[in-house]
Design a protein around this ligand. Structure first.
Ligand code: SF4
Length: 430
């Protein structure tokens, strides 16, 4: 019992002096050695506070304090390394989040709160971006009522060519982000372009692919498996009619009567069958911001075997900028906090919530022509930080420093929208 309490304190990031102490026998057990190795699909980099790690299978970032970061160095030795005592407890904390592997094995658990491991006062400052979104096409089979990317799609569709792909790649290489998200538009309508981009980005970034799922994911599967890509499939409601009203198909790309909900479910089924790591992402707007609807969605995701869920509060950008009636109620974050707190006991669901409506210039985008953009903090449209032909790398980094809301960027990817959730998480098993 005492040991379980101690472990929960460690998992919750309680400072060492304030944890439930171990008995003499338990201290002896704690001194048993644990083998720690880097987990597959995990990247990390040093930061002034310790390190930041990205766990590809979960599509989760974690900020890690220095005592825990020290273990990442040990874990990356070719045969791993042995630790004991407090470090064995720290190793178990990292392993429960999928950041390292231990022998004896530590089961993974869901994570719902801020993505912090160890002792932190608030979210830390980052030295460089975490995520860069890269357009692989301006085409999309849907016409979502709130589409944030609308202004980056429609004007760019005519004349889309391969030269644009090379510009996207060239710009992406200049931004020192850990993760590249291949997005659009929807990569599912242009699988050759998406596979080309994934193959070239894989050299220095971990990869995510965003899709509506409204199409044939089959041609993408080989590249998704080869490059260990995490796929996020969009689904807004367990109610097919609600989802399809908010996310109607574009008859230019799909037969009339096609359900975006059914198509997304089929894509999720095929990803699971192909053992490609995946999540569901949900845009929370006026159509689905009711707490009971969100609870039904949570239960639905658990019932179909989804274990990772990202909720994005709809942002007044793109189409939603011109249609404020699609945005959620003012208290949406409070409702999401309630939902997530309840999820701690509902089942093994990893949840991240983004609140970019409060910090619009926190997301980096490479548009379909290879321009680096950020949403303007005030007023409509995107601001171009880097255009084709620029060669001033130092100028680019300075513009990034000045124009991007870095606290918002950290919050978006380290689950800063929510207060820490209870740590009583079910094991993350399928
Ligand atoms: S799937 Fe994404 S890019 Fe396509 S219309 Fe919907 S929100 Fe916009």
């Amino acid at each position: 019992m005492r040991r379980a309490c101690h472990r929960r304190c460690v998992d919750a990031g309680v400072p060492e002096g304030a944890r439930m102490p171990l008995s003499v026998t338990e201290q002896h057990r704690s001194s048993e050695r644990t083998l720690i190795r880097t987990a597959a699909g995990v990247s990390w980099r040093f930061e002034h506070f310790g390190a930041v790690a990205y766990v590809g299978d979960r599509d989760d970032f974690f900020a890690i304090d220095q005592p825990h970061a020290k273990l990442l160095v040990i874990a990356q030795q070719s045969a791993g390394g042995w630790v004991s005592g407090t470090d064995a407890d720290r190793a178990a904390t990292l392993a429960a989040l999928g950041i390292v592997q231990t022998t004896p094995a530590t089961p993974q658990r869901a994570h719902l709160g801020r993505s912090l491991v160890g002792d932190f006062v608030g979210l830390p400052e980052l030295s460089a971006p975490l995520v860069l979104n890269c357009f692989s096409t301006a085409h999309c089979p849907l016409r979502c009522v709130y589409c944030h990317a609308d202004d980056l799609m429609v004007p760019f569709r005519d004349g889309e060519g391969w030269a644009d792909m090379r510009r996207v790649l060239s710009t992406a290489a200049r931004v020192p982000a850990m993760v590249a998200v291949v997005t659009g538009g929807d990569p599912i309508v242009a699988p050759q372009r998406a596979a080309w981009l994934l193959g070239r980005l894989a050299g220095d970034k971990r990869l995510v692919l965003d899709t509506s799922g409204a199409g044939d994911v089959g041609p993408l599967l080989p590249a998704l498996r080869r490059h260990r890509v995490h796929v996020r499939v969009s689904l807004d409601s367990s109610d097919r009619a609600v989802n399809d009203r908010a996310r109607p198909i574009n008859p230019r790309y799909l037969p009339r009567g096609t359900s975006s909900s059914s198509a997304a479910h089929e894509t999720l089924r095929r990803l699971a069958q192909a053992q490609v790591a995946h999540s569901v992402q949900t845009v929370v707007g006026r159509h689905n911001d009711d707490l009971d609807a969100l609870r039904r969605m949570r239960d639905h995701l658990l019932s179909i075997g989804v274990r990772h869920w990202v909720l994005h509060v709809a942002v007044p950008a793109g189409k939603a900028e011109r249609r404020p009636e699609v945005l959620p109620g003012w208290d949406v974050v409070d409702r999401l906090r309630t939902l997530v707190a309840e999820c701690a006991t509902a089942g093994p669901l990893d949840i991240r919530v983004t609140g970019t409506h409060r910090e619009p210039n926190a997301v980096l985008l490479v548009d379909p022509r290879g321009q680096l953009c950020v949403q303007r903090p005030h007023g409509p449209g995107k601001e171009v930080l880097w255009a084709d032909g620029d060669t001033d790398q130092a100028g680019l980094l300075e513009r990034l420093r000045q124009r991007v809301d870095w606290a918002g960027h950290a919050s978006r990817y380290l689950n800063g929208t929510l207060e820490p959730a209870p740590q009583r998480m079910p094991a993350l098993s399928r």
